[in-house]
Ligand binder design. Structure first.
Ligand code: FES
Length: 88
């Protein structure tokens, strides 16, 4: 388990789970907009990563040319404790 700090709250996330960071955070009540439900199209689940390490960018994320430090929470999983902000 790793700890994700988001909007003043800590969430315990299983870094070995099949589910994405977005799916696991939403299950625990985090209010993340996920308009495309994890298809990697809408970008509403984008996060700003202030610290910590996530899995490598997917091809979908690479194609989107996201600004430095931004990721799609539906496309990644944490590898370490992370401090993140929601973009939307
Ligand atoms: S939920 Fe749409 S890109 Fe992540």
């Amino acid at each position: 388990m790793v700890t994700i700090h988001l909007n003043g709250k800590n969430y315990q996330i299983d870094e070995n789970a099949e589910e994405s960071l977005m799916q696991q955070l939403k299950k625990q009540g985090a209010e993340i907009v996920a308009a495309c439900n994890g298809a990697g199209i809408c970008q509403t689940c984008a996060i700003n990563v202030k610290s910590g390490e996530l899995t490598d960018k997917t091809d979908t994320e690479e194609m989107m040319d996201l600004p430095e430090g931004q990721r799609l929470s539906c496309q990644c999983k944490p590898k370490t404790d992370c401090d993140i902000d929601l973009i939307y």
